[in-house]
Design a protein around this ligand. Structure first.
Ligand code: G6Q
Length: 546
């Protein structure tokens, strides 16, 4: 057994859990008329309602003890102090510095990193202003109207999710596009509708060696050179990277490169120059507001007592659902079309961070770790997979995320959206009892065998735990705060599970094998391949006529 499962708090939770597993949310609400107030926590206009989680005051108390026993506070402070908490890669984890006020120092290895952060932000501000105001134009003197971000994973999902979420802050004459997949149809689809003279490519890659990104960047470059000539590259390509040498090698002048640092993990990098497309299409002021929102959450996470600390509470409830109630997944359900890529973004943030089975102390875990994260915006999701949440056999904890006000109000759309948030979380909590279902069927005129046959299908078990996250409006500030809330929630869970949430060694094996398989596909040379792969290589080559 590990120290975690042997610890007093874990043991106490193991003892407490069976009792809770048999309690229904109906019962918990019946027993406590102040349950909403008791389990609702706030930071300014941000409200986190945990009342529909299957917890009691005792559950939260024991979970807090678990956080204390596992040294969560110390681990958090070590992150903010720039210590090398990414132990396997021996790196600091300091994305919080990227949104820190630039005049207040933060240190990595004894060096104040804020002047360098400020310098890059100033360059992002200047560059985005020049493009937006038409001072920086394409090689033929045309205004730049389309920004194509070429990147993948952490160099794609963040800016993509944010530019989609902040579309009301963009203008139609400056559009962002994202190309990530090495599948040629991704780049082809985007390029088809673009005018090279008006297109700016941002090649975003921390390492500047990622196969997908470099392949797409080379093809995009060839497309541009074909149409506007070699000398156009300087006006149409910029890079965001930590690898100046590789950027220069690709043919992008390092004057057109925006840097960041090894203490910024890919999936935590949207706050760095990786956010350049955000600043370009929304304006730097909006980007700064996004950073300020994230900083507000950082300050809260760093200083608020554990029992009112929003990311801590979300993380503890996540652990409760996963380890003590036995859920395997976590649904992210923004009732906000603008957040339609949030689940995809959080899939990476959460699953790449905490999808691990070896601890920081190099031992295997003897408990479950990160859940499967998935989701879609509501109300669309209600018309697809909600059936399973209501009547399936899995415990599916879910976050419902909503703004009280729309930024693009139109008739009563937003009230209808909100009515669905309230209705669904209520239905998931309380379900529909046999008595209620029976009365309903009777009122429809059903009786006897017909009623009895239909009755079981009309029941809703309820007791599905949900968290409601509500704020005034999805401004850049509110979005930054929301993303940072999730980042720190992931930190809390990873910290308690004893994981290093900041490496991603599990993505390496597939990359290595793809490197080895490519020449086999190209040449038919099958030596060294397992028989099953060799058979498929032959099959594919035959179909392609190779
Ligand atoms: C994120 C991961 C990963 C990374 C991509 C792209 O934390 O490290 O998603 O962002 O593999 O890497 P590059 O930015 O180096 O191209």
């Amino acid at each position: 057994m590990t120290d975690l499962t042997q610890g007093e708090a874990w043991q106490a939770l193991e003892h407490h859990a069976p009792k809770q597993r048999n309690r229904h949310l109906r019962e918990l609400f019946d027993a406590d008329s102040a349950r909403f107030e008791r389990f609702t926590f706030r930071l300014d206009d941000l409200l986190v309602d945990l009342s529909k989680q299957r917890i009691t005051g005792e559950t939260l108390h024991l979970l807090r003890e678990l956080a204390e026993e596992t040294g969560l506070g110390e681990h958090r402070d070590a992150m903010f102090a720039g210590e090398h908490i990414n132990t396997t890669e021996d790196r600091a984890v300091l994305h919080v510095a990227l949104r820190h006020p630039v005049d207040r120092p933060m240190y990595v290895d004894g060096e104040n990193v804020m002047p360098a952060v400020a310098e890059v932000l100033d360059r992002v501000a200047a560059f985005s202003r020049e493009v937006r105001e038409g001072e920086r134009r394409g090689a033929t003197g045309e205004r730049l109207t389309d920004v194509v971000n070429i990147g993948i994973g952490g160099s794609d999902l963040g800016p993509l999710m944010v530019t989609e979420a902040l579309w009301p802050y963009t203008r139609p004459e400056l559009r962002a596009h994202f190309v990530s997949n090495v599948d040629d149809s991704h780049l082809a689809r985007v390029l088809r509708d673009l005018d090279p003279a008006r297109t700016l490519f941002v090649v975003a890659s921390k390492t500047f060696t990622t196969e997908e990104t470099m392949t797409n960047a080379r093809s995009a470059r060839a497309w541009l050179v074909d149409r506007l000539g070699e000398e156009a590259v300087a006006k149409h390509f910029v890079a965001v990277s930590t690898n100046g040498e590789a950027v220069a090698g690709f043919g992008i002048d390092t004057d057109n490169m925006f840097g960041f640092w090894d203490w910024v993990g890919g999936r935590y990098s949207l706050w760095s120059a990786i956010g350049l497309p955000i600043a370009l299409v929304c304006g730097f002021e909006r980007f700064r507001e996004l950073l300020d929102g994230a900083h507000a959450m950082d300050a809260h996470f760093r200083t608020a007592p554990l029992d009112v600390n929003l990311p801590v509470l979300l993380g503890l409830v996540g652990i409760w659902n996963r380890n003590f109630l036995g859920s395997v997944c976590h649904a992210v359900l923004p009732y906000d079309q603008r957040l339609h890529r949030l689940a995809a973004y959080l899939q990476q943030a959460d699953m790449e961070s905490n999808g691990k089975s070896v601890r920081r102390d190099n031992r295997r875990v003897d408990y479950t770790t990160g859940p499967i994260v998935w989701g879609e915006p509501g109300t669309n999701a209600q018309h697809s997979f909600f059936q399973m949440i209501h009547q399936g056999t899995e415990l599916i904890p879910a976050d419902f995320i909503a703004a009280a006000k729309s930024s693009t109000p139109m008739g009563d759309h937003h009230l209808k959206l909100l009515a669905n948030v309230l209705a669904q979380t209520e239905a998931l909590a309380f379900g529909k009892t046999p008595e209620e279902a029976r009365a309903e069927l009777e009122s429809q005129g059903l009786t006897g065998e017909e009623l009895e046959a239909l009755l079981p299908h009309k029941l809703f078990g309820g007791n599905q735990p949900t968290t409601t996250i509500l704020y005034d409006e999805l401004t850049p500030f509110a979005l930054g705060r929301l993303i940072a809330l999730y980042e720190h929630k992931i930190f809390v869970e990873g910290s308690i599970w004893g994981l290093n949430s900041f490496d991603q060694m599990g993505v390496e094996l597939g990359k290595q094998l793809a490197k080895r398989t490519l020449p086999a596909l190209a040449s038919g040379q099958l030596a060294g391949l397992p028989a099953v792969t060799a058979s498929l290589v032959e099959e594919i080559r035959a179909r392609r006529g190779d």
